[in-house]
Structure formats: C-alpha cells, structure tokens
Design a binder for this molecule. Sequence first.
Ligand code: SAM
Ligand code: DTB
Ligand code: SF4
Length: 342
Amino acid sequence: MQVEARVSNEALGCNDDLRHDWASDEIAALFALPFNDLIFRAQSVHRRHFEPNTVQLSTLLSIKTGACPEDCAYCPQSARFNTGLKSEPLLPLDEVKRAALDAKANGATRFCMGAAWRAPKDRDIEKVAEMVREVKALGLETCVTLGMLKPNQAQNLAEAGLDYYNHNLDTAPEYYPEIISTRTFDDRLETLRNVRDAGLKVCCGGIVGMGESEVDRVEFLRALANLPQHPESVPINELVAVEGTPLADAPPLDGLAFVRVIAVARILMPRSYVRLSAGRTRMSDEVQALSFFAGANSIFYGERLLTTQNPQNERDRALFARLGIRPETRATAEIRADATTQ
Ligand code: SAM
Ligand code: DTB
Ligand code: SF4
C-alpha cells in the first residue's frame, strides 16, 4: 500500500529530485516561510515518499558509559564535567542481548548501541562486532555509535552485518568550535566517508537548542543535505540540558522553532528518515504531533536514551493512539528500501 501510494504520486509527476547543492539563502527562505506554509510543504514532500502515519521505532542502549576524554559541551558523559554520572565499562554480551530482546518485544525494529569513546580501539571493534552479530540474529536492525572510525574498523563492522553507523555533525561548521574543541568538523566528515566507503548506512544529524543562531541552523542543515549522499537516517535532537555540563543553563527552545528544523530537514532530505530524537521528555504532545506532521518519522522508543530519560512507553503508546500513528514493521521498511535510492 505504501509503495502504491508512492508510485501513484510519481505518476502525477511529484517525484522530487534529490539535491546536494542547496544554497544558504534557499534554506533561509524555507525557514522564513509562514509556519503553515512550511509545514504544509514539508508534509506534502513527506507524503510523496513515506506512508504519512507510520513511525519507525529505535531503542538505545549505552554499552559503555561515561569517562569520555572529549569535551562536547552538551554531553553528560565527558570526563571533563562533573555531572555525577557513574562510569561503566563495556557491557557483557548477555546484557546487551537481554536489552535487545526487550526492545524487540516492545516493538522496536532497530537497536542502537552507543559507547562513550573518542574513537574505539581495534579490540573494542571485535567485541562490538560480536554484539552486532547477536542482535542481528534476533531479527533487529543494528546501529552503533562509537566515535571516530578508521576505514578497517568500518569494514569490520560491515562484515559483522552492521546496518547503520551513527555519527552526528552536531551543529553548523561555524558554530562547532563553540561546542567541541577536541575533534574538528572535518574529523567528523572523515568518519562519515569511512562509514560510507564500507557500504554502511549513515545515521547523521545534530542538536538544536545549544544557543546557536538561526543562521547556524541553516548551515547545519545545509552541511547535512549537501553531503555526497543524504544520510538514510537524520536524528534531530533537542538539547537535553544536563546539570554540570557547560550547556546546563541553555534556555529551553521554542517548540515551534524546533518543528521548523524538522520541516526544513524533511524538505531538504526527502527520502531520509528524520528522527525526532532526544528532548521528547519535556516536549508537549502537541509539539511532537506537529513534528510528525512536519515529516518526522522515527523516534527513540524506550524509557532511556543513553544516560538520560526518554518518555515512558505508555506515554508514547497513548500519543500514537491519539494521533492514529502505527509503528513501522521490518516488512514495510524493506518494501520501501527496495524502492528507494539516495
Ligand atoms: N561518543 C560517540 C560520539 O560522540 O560520536 C557516540 C555517542 S554520542 C552520545 C552521540 C550523539 O548524541 C552526539 O553526537 C550528540 O548529537 C547526541 N547527544 C549527546 N548528548 C546529548 C544531549 N545532552 N542532548 C542532545 N543530544 C545529545
Ligand atoms: C543521537 O543523535 N541521539 C542519541 C543517539 N544519536 C546516540 C543520543 C542522545 C543522547 C542524549 C543524552 C543522553 O541520554 O546521554
Ligand atoms: Fe564523548 Fe560522544 Fe559525549 Fe562527545 S558526545 S563527550 S565523544 S560520548
């Protein structure tokens, strides 16, 4: 049914060309549209490529927590900030498997494992590859986020059957030095190239609400959309302001400004899954509903993100019921994937 809807839209001549040459003023013009015009346009693009009432569910697990040497100003896991977080070494395989089974039983189709590393060592990759094999054997898609990755490491993860690698640009290249000093924006682009070259799917997005300007939001989305290939998955996080981090006192973001970021991401990257990511705990149901209307079609599902809270499963189930939204199944996702190119 999804594919039929897409084909008939193509027959109507509504197939967007994927672009990788967005200019800043074009994106700024989208942000400047009246709110209703922007989300109407985003929803129209969304309907051309996706079933409008289906949302993909990913569950996160922190497989190695805290004590990270990097200085990302938003992150509770940096060893440089006193956030009261208890560090944990790499989890044993059976604990990871148990969490993945729970995620599957709750309806998630993708299991995302995050490690607080600047960059994994080769022996870490071997252990994570084992986790990937076990989680995949349960019938879940796999995603890992481990920091900077070398080509041979990306290749080893691909050989283990990994589906996605998450590595975010986080913010605009111009604002980036305000947020992180221990690795550069170009380092991030290099990891993304290594991931692509290994044939992995890319999950890449960033954070809004870190004190960036509107121009920075334009440049952040431009950097994502002008990558050689659009990331298959684009997580848009609202900052979770954690006590002890340099961004603890960042003022909460205006909900409608957040929805605009989702809408512009949807228009720029029409075939990518746009994930309404961190920050949902303090977001109203109405802002989440508008985000789905603006083209968000994936969430993190489960009561924890990596180290902070996510909405309770009951709250999400109730929200989906009120909105008539269905969780995406592996079967419908695979039909889509067969019909899509980036
Ligand atoms: N250490 C690895 C890295 O930095 O690539 C992987 C884990 S890191 C926690 C993954 C992403 O989570 C970050 O790039 C950032 O976009 C997001 N993130 C971390 N802390 C956050 C926070 N407090 N609020 C919103 N997003 C956050
Ligand atoms: C992403 O873009 N967001 C997720 C995932 N990728 C790894 C992480 C959000 C972390 C929020 C803060 C925490 O729970 O530690
Ligand atoms: Fe470390 Fe990743 Fe947190 Fe940065 S975002 S401090 S690299 S865990």
